[in-house]
Design a binder for this molecule. Structure first.
Ligand code: WT7
Length: 626
């Protein structure tokens, strides 16, 4: 957009927020258009967040039905599986029919409005149809990333009380088979409530089917009607739950509702990507993460822009995979993560320049801070120096993008998410919660005002929701991120300031990893911190104290890694396990993570005052063993 268009949006919001937010709602088809916009308060005694409360709509109808009159036979999504050249396109008519069939099968399984359905699927068209089917009948989808272990899956199934799980026989990624159905079987053994497992065939592997519980999608698909009415949903009816790690305890079920989320995704997709008729949008994120929900699936479909569903990895069959695919399919917008960019940058320019990439018009990044070196390589080599980059900062909890440069309107700075979108009100606070004003300052990033795509609650634990986000700095939403505002007023996200580690753009909670480690019989205590990692952004550094008389060994490291894989999943396996004779603690017994962080980062001259520790000697030992 142009600078004056952007200024006009900011001005429109400032002068009449209610009209501004209702205007954004016009991007959707409503069964009943709302008269209300935002109704919210972060005050402890009157806490509530509601958007478009009297509006009625269906998101699946907005993604599918409204395109049928004009583009039924156009491509809605392109399935790009692990092996290049073996994918296919799915039209709006086909996706609509498939969605309706899924919706009808879910109804036969007794799923209705408000019921939760867990999806544990690869990036196949059926996954899109299954999500849209839930939205169509008003069921709440909770997609669990296929890299999570059976135990994690069971925890999520139990937490949200799902009775139906949709999975596939296997996943296939980077040439590796992922035993999705076997994992679901194991999860069902750990969990009480699963009555039905719908199994989609992906690889055709021979997987055991449990009589009376498991259904094969393909056995039913043909007989199911390709029509299913879209359930009229109140704007504040829940749309999905997505589990995400926080600083403490089990992952939280972040709840997004229908109307506000849909408005925010439609709005941000428009502002940030400025969709055009000839676009092919490729967001590489898996639907198991919020980026996959908002910008692989819902954003493009709401705008009638074909979207690529990539069920592979950027390094398979070789490190040209992304560039070869872009040329073959004619991708116009690439939206990916810094970790992927760094991994490909390491392979040099030749694998990129071997392909033309002429179809591209815009590049995006998301998920973690991008280091300026990777940004420049993305810009200069991938984008031939001609393409703008949107460095989009947001979170599972924000539903969609909150800060990013806008091509044409904002000047880009390598590594900076630059500026908030219209309607978004960032502020920096110090440790005591006092607002830090002016420029060239750093602090903790909060948001002063609600926006339509904001998380509404933590599933089943509204108190935890308020405690997590609204009590650290009363009256404000706390993001958990540290941030710098530079001399020009542009924002630079510096990373998490809570006990969340961002590994390759995936959130891992330190408490979860610690409890997985102490599950091993020989472990007395564990403390987990982040350490900088060239490719992953952050890696996990675990300090582990064993029970008396035991000694660390490579064999034990392998056992501890297996423990993490079992309780969480491979994505949380520590980069480094350091056996420690003791952990630095205050005299009251609190582990001094600040010191452990500095040791893991190698900033040994910045350990600070260790004299208040119960046993200052342990620090010297940890530094020596580092
Ligand atoms: C955390 C949220 C955004 C959806 C995918 C991750 C970090 C995200 C950026 C960015 C710097 C970023 C933040 C945030 N983050 N995007 N462009 N620049 N940091 O969602 O798993 O909820 O993680 O990712 O630390 O809090 P998530």
């Amino acid at each position: 957009m142009t600078p004056s268009e952007l200024a006009a949006l900011h001005e429109a919001h400032a002068s009449d927020p209610h009209a501004f937010w209702l205007e954004q709602a016009r991007r959707l088809d409503w069964d009943r258009f709302p008269t209300l916009s935002g109704d919210w308060s972060y005050a402890a005694d009157d806490f509530h967040i509601r958007w478009y409360e009297d509006g009625i709509l269906n998101l699946s109808a907005n993604c599918l039905d409204r395109h049928l009159a004009t583009r039924a036979d156009q491509t809605a999504l392109i399935f790009e599986p692990d092996t290049p050249g073996t994918g296919h396109a799915v039209t709006y008519a086909e996706l609509h029919a498939e969605t309706c069939r899924f919706a009808n099968l879910l109804k036969e399984c007794g799923v209705g409005k408000g019921d939760r359905v867990v999806l544990y699927l690869p990036m196949i068209p059926e996954a899109a149809a299954a999500m849209l089917a839930c939205a169509r009948i008003g069921a709440v989808h909770s997609v669990v990333f296929g890299g999570f272990s059976p135990e994690s899956l069971a925890g999520r199934i139990d937490d949200c009380g799902a009775r139906v799980v949709i999975t596939a026989d296997e996943g296939l990624r980077g040439g590796k088979h992922i035993p999705l159905k076997a994992n679901v079987d194991a999860a069902c053994d750990l969990s009480q409530g699963v009555e039905t497992v719908i199994v989609v065939t992906r690889t055709g592997a021979d997987v055991p089917m449990h009589e009376g519980r498991d259904l094969r999608w393909e056995d039913h698909r043909e007989r199911l009607s390709p029509d299913c009415p879209a359930e009229p949903m109140a704007a504040e009816d829940p749309l999905f739950i997505l589990y995400t790690s926080g600083s403490t305890g089990k992952p939280k079920g972040v709840v997004h509702t229908t109307g506000g989320y849909a408005v925010w995704i439609a709005t941000t997709f428009d502002w940030v990507f400025e969709p055009r008729g000839d676009d092919l949008f490729w967001c590489t994120a898996d639907i198991g993460w919020v980026t996959g929900h908002s910008y692989t699936l819902y954003g493009p479909l709401l705008h009638g822009v074909p979207t690529v569903m990539f069920d592979g990895v950027p390094t398979h069959p070789d490190v040209s995979r992304l560039w070869e695919t872009i040329d073959r399919l004619g991708v116009t917008i690439l939206y990916t993560a810094p970790t992927a960019i760094r991994a490909l940058m390491r392979e040099g320019d030749a694998p990129v320049t071997a392909f033309s990439r002429q179809s591209l018009r815009l590049l995006g990044t998301v998920g973690e801070p991008i280091n300026p070196e990777a940004w420049r390589w993305y810009h200069d080599v991938v984008g031939d120096g001609r393409l703008p980059i949107v460095d989009t900062w947001w979170q599972t909890e924000t539903g969609g993008i909150l800060m990013t440069p806008l091509p044409g309107a904002t000047s880009m700075k390598p590594g900076s998410a630059t500026a908030p979108l219209p309607g978004i009100a960032p502020l920096l606070v110090d440790a005591e919660g006092r607002e830090i004003t002016g420029n060239d300052v750093s602090g903790n990033l909060c948001l002063a005002a609600s926006w339509p795509g904001q998380v509404r609650t933590v599933w089943g634990d509204h108190r935890r929701f308020i405690e997590t986000y609204f009590t650290t700095y009363p009256g404000r939403y706390f993001t958990g991120d540290g941030c710098r505002r530079d001399a020009d007023g542009d924002y630079w996200i510096t990373g998490r300031v809570d006990d969340v580690i961002n590994v390759s753009g995936h959130r891992v909670g330190t408490a979860e990893v610690e409890s997985a480690l102490v599950a091993h019989a020989l472990v007395a205590e564990a403390a987990v911190v982040a350490a900088p990692h060239d490719l992953k952004g952050q890696g996990i550094h675990a300090f582990v104290t064993l029970i008396a008389g035991e000694e660390g060994s490579p064999g034990l490291v392998a056992e501890l890694n297996a423990e993490v894989r079992k309780h969480i999943g491979a994505l949380a396996i520590p980069e480094r396990i350091q056996f420690a004779p003791g952990l630095p603690k205050t005299r009251s017994g609190k582990i001094m993570r600040r010191i452990l962080r500095k040791i893991a980062e190698g900033q040994l001259d910045q350990l600070g005052d260790t004299s208040t520790l119960a046993d200052p000697g342990v620090v010297d030992q940890l530094v020596r063993d580092r």
